[in-house]
Every structure is written in C-alpha cells, then in structure tokens.
Design a protein around this ligand. Sequence first.
Ligand SMILES: [Zn+2]
Length: 406
Amino acid sequence: MLLCLGLSGCQTLQRVDQSLYQVAEAVSEEDRVTGRRSLSLADRKAQIEAGNAYVEQVIAQEKKAGRGINEQVDKAQYQRLVRVFDRVHRVSHLSQERWQPILIKNEQFNAFTTGGTYIVVFSGLMNSVKDDAELAAVVAHEIAHTVANHAFERRTMSQLTALTGSSSARRSSYQAAFTHENEREADRIGILYCALAGYDPLAASRIWQRKYTEEGNARALFNHDHPVNAERFEEAKTVGDAVKTYYRRDQINPDHAALLENNVLWQKRQGAAAGDGGGLAALLGTALGAYVDHETAKQEEQRQAARSQFVKAVEASLKLEKMTAVEPHLLETRWLYQARQPALQGVVMGIMVKRDDKVLRYVAHVEGLVKPGQVFVARFRLPDDLTVEQLKQLPGKFYLDDALPR
Ligand SMILES: [Zn+2]
C-alpha cells in the first residue's frame, strides 16, 4: 500500500509496471528453458534472419567450390541425419519452428549452429559417430545452443561489460569461461532431448570418454573455450543417468512436452504476469541473470587458470629418463617426478610432433597415483602409418597433458 502513496492510485502503478514489462521484453527475452531471462536484444525473428544468413553464405560457398551440400555430399548419410535430427527437434523447446539440418563435406569432427533454424553437420562427424544415439547427442547439443540463446548472448558481451562494470569481461579467458558455461548448459539440455526422443542419454558421455582416451585434456596447451574432455565425460554421465528415467528406447516419450518444463534437471519458474509486479521482476531478472552469469564465468576463469598453472608447475618438475620402442608402434617413456609437489592422479602425458605441416598429438594415460620422487611409465600407441623410429626424426616435444593434485 505504501508504494501507491507517491502515485495517483494503484491504477497508475499498474500502468507503469506494464510499461516496465515492455521495456524488459525489448531488452531481453525469457530464457526458453528455465524461465530465467537472458540478455539478447534481438527478437527471435531477427535472430533467425541473422543466423540463417550466415549459414546460407556457407551453403553458397560449398556449392561454388563444387562440393555441394546434403544429398550431394552423401545421400544415405543425409537421410540418416534428417531422420535423427527430426526426432530430436520434435521434442525440443523450438519444435514449432521449421528447422533443417545441413550436411557439408568436411573431414573434421564438428557441427555448429548460428542461432537460426539450421544445424550444420560435417561429414567427418557423421563418419566418426558410432551409432544414431551419438549422432543424436551432437545434434541435440547444437539445437540446445539455439534454444538457450547462446549465439546471441555472445553478441551482448559488451552490454554485459557495461552492466557489471567489469573490464575483465573483454578478456579472452573470461569469454572462454563464459562459453564454457554455455557448453555445459547445452550438454545438459541436449542430453534431456536425447532421452525424450528415445536415444540413449548416455551416448554423449561415451563420445567424451572416447575423446579423453584419444586426446587427453590438453589442459595447459590451449585457452579452453570448452570444458576439458574428462570433466565433460563425467558431467554427461551424471546428467545421462539422471534423465534415464524418461528414456524409452527408440520411442518419443509421450509426456515430452510437460517434461521440457519440469524435470529432474530444472523447473520452469512461474513468472508473474505483466501488471502484477511482473515488470519489476522481469527487469531485476535481467540484471540478476547477467550478474550470476558474470560471477559463474569469473569463478570458472579462476578455476581454469589455477588448474593450468598447476599442470605447468608439475611439468617443469618432470624429467625424461628413458625412451624405448617396445614395439615398432609403441613408444615407452620413463619419467621422474622430482619436485616436492603433492601426489598426482589422472596423469596424462602428451607428445606433439609436426609432420607434413600438420601438428599431431598423441597421449598416454598413466594409471594410479604418482608420488613425489617416483618414476612412472607412459606408453604411447602410435598409428599404423607412424613408427617410433619415424617419430624420433620429426620436430616435436613432450608435454604434460593433465594431472590433478591428490
Ligand atoms: Zn557447443
């Protein structure tokens, strides 16, 4: 009641509230997944136009280069992609929009979205996934990026900077951390979609487990804009187990629409309607949502920096004692961990070599604990077209891929 005093009655307050709500609508759009508000200035129609324009450029390029798209790349592969894509899209938060997967010829393991109604998948990814469930996991992850508005959130980074008054928001590691959180979010939403569409929700965790086995984490090598493979594997496994209860093999869950709003991962917030205090709540939601994202990204940035610093410090204390070819394609290395650092677990050694202008990386996982003063063995399995003797002739170096203090 006190609130009404300065105004000429509650009627006016309601009107003010209504206009506030419209302002909030203009600067933000309700997060389609959790009901939280994200920062995008663009409305969905403009998003589709902008996002699709980019993909249409890619399509034009592919045609110009004579590679073609979709069936022209591979008819059977494209039909498979469409079949898997349609089932996942049907249970997503944007199933009412007409979407289309695009297949392009590229040997990389990759797929992307630009926030519109296309999902672009590379033929190299189609060849590397082991089954339809793994393909569904990738497609669902990309759909989730668009649903969660990530493509456009990044464009609003400068607004976030203004809002939080933080110049650190411009730093690339911060942006990487911000993206890192987006990746985790897309993983979670995507895994739920898989379960609802009747694809094994643990397929995503299998992809990351395989990546970890083959490529390690490369923790200190790059500025990570994706969560490292081991963490992604563990989280995907936890989420996959949690949503398993919704999974009916090869069948769309009949309750999928209701489950999108309320499930074991999130509950949609029942927002107050406009004119009912919703206007203020909506505006607060925007600022608060940005602030929470900012805090999460800041913490993540610090955590990543501390981890890679630790790995670099440990790496400096490793001494290569011996390397032997136990088999033509099996390189055994012996290392002394000579510093007074803590004991290590999850040690992964890496070797990086340059061959025909390509940088190749191989990793060796070390089982068990490594204590200070201990010698440990790391064995690298090389591919059929590279022997240990050939490897020794190439320019390259060993590195510590990852290690955690125990
Ligand atoms: Zn992603």
